[in-house]
Write a protein that binds this ligand. Structure first.
Ligand SMILES: NC(=O)c1ccc[n+]([C@@H]2O[C@H](COP(=O)([O-])OP(=O)(O)OC[C@H]3O[C@@H](n4cnc5c(N)ncnc54)[C@H](OP(=O)(O)O)[C@@H]3O)[C@@H](O)[C@H]2O)c1
Length: 330
């Protein structure tokens, strides 16, 4: 009886030992091997460059305030030849003078380009400005933009169109004007400042979310087309940034929204976002989603369980309607 037991237990030990060996090698084959292969492939395909920014010509739209202004300061500090573009000549001159007042030997005086993204001759204006200053552009930052608050049913068509022109079509015009310079030199970076809302639309932001979604799609397409010409495209999708974006936003009827939202007050520091964008350019990164973990999780949810995302958004819309009953939608 005792012998029998000893025999059984040693048999079990041998079998479980083999089982252990087997399961480790099976685990390695099923998980370890694919993970190592994917990691090696990722490393080989994504070997990051470290682009030197000194003397690069950087064209920044929406440089008169917020993130654009922070980007202009950051690129100027790196020794770039910065073209600050926007509508407001006074603000751009102030920025140029401020940057010049602390200019060091390796830094250049910025050039100003007055443009409105709604200009019908936008492409021509940009082309002329580029030809007049440094004759080339190494880095284009499509940053200018405008936000919106309103319910679809109340929103005037002109508001929808304006948002599409300012946040999407205008950038296409500018990019097309600058692309030939980059193609000629077989290098360049195009950065588009989109928004998390381009990936994750929320209620009462339809026109804004749609314009940013279109921007993402267009520039994802362009990225593939110009890759063989050494031109890199990066779409940046930030969460809230502490700027005047909500103050300058349009309401459904086309009037100014004029309020600084709490979400914006709690947002990222624009100088922090500007540094992140500089790193993207230096390392040739194709995409940056600058958002807290729960927002990144929601982006995954939109893809993996859209029905759940739709329910959460419908609930949010009902809540906002309740809060603003008989008032203008926030
Ligand atoms: N703040 C956020 O929470 C947030 C979050 C995600 C993404 N973003 C994006 O970040 C970018 C920068 O916005 P911001 O936050 O810095 O807001 P901002 O301070 O309001 O800056 C917007 C800039 O765009 C320019 N602009 C607006 N309409 C224009 C037009 N028709 N033609 C030329 N320039 C025009 C403005 O110039 P003027 O001085 O002439 O008006 C201003 O320089 C935008 O694309 C925005 O969508 C912002």
């Amino acid at each position: 009886m005792t012998n029998n037991l000893t025999f059984k237990s040693s048999l079990w030990k041998t079998t479980s030992g083999k089982m252990g060996d087997l399961s480790i090698s099976a685990l390695w084959t099923v998980i370890g091997l694919p993970v190592s292969l994917i990691s090696t492939l990722y490393f080989l395909l994504n070997r990051r460059k470290n682009v030197v920014l000194q003397d690069k010509v950087v064209f920044i739209t929406g440089a008169s305030s917020g993130l654009g202004e922070a980007l202009a300061e950051a690129f100027h500090q790196c020794g770039c030849k910065v073209v600050i573009a926007g509508r407001n000549a006074e603000k751009l001159e102030e920025l140029r003078d401020r940057l010049n007042s602390r200019k060091q030997d390796h830094q250049h005086s910025p050039a100003i380009c007055i443009l409105d993204l709604e200009d019908h001759d936008l492409g021509e204006k940009v082309h002329q400005a580029v030809a007049k200053v440094w004759g080339k552009v190494d880095i284009l930052i499509n940053n200018a933009g405008m936000s919106y608050r309103g319910a679809v049913a109340d929103t005037k068509s002109e508001v929808d169109k304006k948002l599409m022109v300012v946040n999407h079509l205008g950038h296409i015009e500018i990019t097309k004007a600058i692309l030939p310079y980059m193609m000629k030199q077989n290098s360049g970076h195009i950065v588009c400042v989109s928004s998390v809302q381009g990936k994750l639309p929320i209620p009462h932001r339809s026109a804004y979310a749609a314009s940013k979604h279109a921007l993402q799609a267009y520039f994802d397409s362009l990225r593939a087309e110009v890759d063989h010409q050494g031109i890199q495209v990066c779409v940046v999708s930030p969460y809230y940034i502490r700027t005047n974006l909500s103050v300058n936003a349009l309401s459904a009827d086309g009037s100014s929204y004029g309020k600084l939202d709490q979400t914006t007050i709690n947002g990222y520091d624009p100088h922090f976002v500007a540094q992140k964008i500089i790193s993207c350019v230096q390392q040739g990164q194709e995409e940056l989603i600058l958002a807290p973990f729960h927002v990144k999780l929601a982006i995954c949810l939109r893809v993996l369980a859209p029905w759940l995302y739709f329910k959460i958004m419908a609930r949010r819309a009902r809540k906002e309607l309740g809060k603003n009953n008989n008032k203008k939608i926030i």
